[in-house]
Design a protein around this ligand. Structure first.
Ligand SMILES: [Ca+2]
Length: 330
């Protein structure tokens, strides 16, 4: 262990090496993620990219009032004493208001309170809202070696209580800050509203449920907007990219390395999710029409509940005819 530390620190200043050694000697059973010996402050640029297209998510894709879009991104730099949200735990009241209505104030108050009471928060940041399902938004934020975790949330609009986000991602890796992180995001349910579809009316979940990931098969109900029983996994619905900024001589953060425009990489093959046709049950048979003494015909119909898309199974015939004995013939 000490050899490893020595090897990895060999090109550092001797004082740093001594400090590292001292801290290694004095506090042996340390949690990996609790030790960040990187520079005290780091600034990152974060880009949120929506990938909520009609091609990727054809089922019930919201086109009007409101069309598919995203709330502003709300983020927090914190330590392990604070959680913005967590899978299989209950959402806070602030998280509930944010997930259900995109209302950030209660959540921001909770973050501030956590900062004051237990000093678990370094800062809060946000981006503007994104007006389309595939739009982008960005901002910069600062982390601290004692507050090296970030959590974020963006509400899916429209939706009952669905959001995407990051829970307690550590940007510090022992003695350095990570340069670039890119994460594909999948939808989560805040467990506070029982609506099944993007445009379901308000329907409070009582008692409140825990935060759960929404998958192509869970919740297992054909009415759910993300229910695609033929898919093993949903395509990612958004992406968050974070890039560490370097401080210029004037103190302004600038992108490190070659300053590539972030978030615009052409790594996205457009995912197309096949959507099968869904039809209603048959109507009752109609009257048997025809002349007396000869066979007549009757018909029944059904209608399309869900139009197929992206090479999903096409709709079958919507009308069926059958021979019959005419009833009230003349
Ligand atoms: Ca829900």
């Amino acid at each position: 262990m000490e050899n490893l530390v020595l090897a990895s620190c060999s090109d550092k200043l001797i004082s740093t090496l001594l400090l590292t050694l001292l801290s290694c000697v004095t506090c042996v059973p340390l949690d990996d993620d609790s030790v960040c010996t990187a520079e005290e402050l780091a600034t990152y640029s974060v880009v949120f990219t929506g990938k909520w297209s009609q091609a990727a998510f054809p089922k019930q894709y919201p086109l009007y009032r409101p069309p598919a879009q995203w709330s502003s991104l709300l983020g927090v730099a914190h330590n392990s004493d604070y959680n913005m949200w967590k899978t299989n735990e209950y959402a806070s009241n602030g998280m509930r208001e944010f997930a259900e209505r995109g209302e950030p104030w209660a959540l921001m108050k909770e973050v501030e309170a956590a900062g004051e009471k237990i000093q678990s928060v370094h800062g809060i940041f946000s981006t503007p809202a994104v007006s389309t399902g595939t739009g982008q938004a960005s901002t910069d934020f600062e982390v601290h070696s004692r507050y090296s975790l970030v959590s974020m949330a963006v509400r899916i609009v429209p939706s009952p209580d669905w959001f995407v986000g990051i829970d307690s991602l550590n940007l510090c890796e022992k003695d350095h800050w990570k340069q670039k992180i890119s994460l594909e995001l999948f939808p989560y349910d805040a467990g506070t509203d029982s609506g099944f579809t993007f445009s379901s009316p308000n329907f409070a979940t009582i008692p409140q449920d825990t935060v759960k990931e929404i998958t192509s098969s869970s919740p297992s109900h054909p009415a759910n907007s993300f229910y695609y029983p033929k898919l093993k996994n949903l395509p990612p619905i958004a992406r968050i990219t974070m890039i560490k900024l370097k401080r210029s001589k004037l103190g302004f953060p600038v992108p490190q390395s070659n300053g590539t425009a972030i978030g615009n990489e052409i790594d996205d093959s457009v995912s197309e999710t096949p959507l099968d046709c869904e039809i209603s049950l048959w109507s009752p048979w109609g009257l048997c029409k025809g002349k007396c003494g000869r066979l007549g015909s009757k018909t029944r119909t059904r209608y399309v509940r869900l139009q197929p898309a992206n090479n999903g199974t096409p709709c079958p015939s919507l009308q069926e005819e059958s021979e019959c004995e005419p009833d009230n013939c003349v």
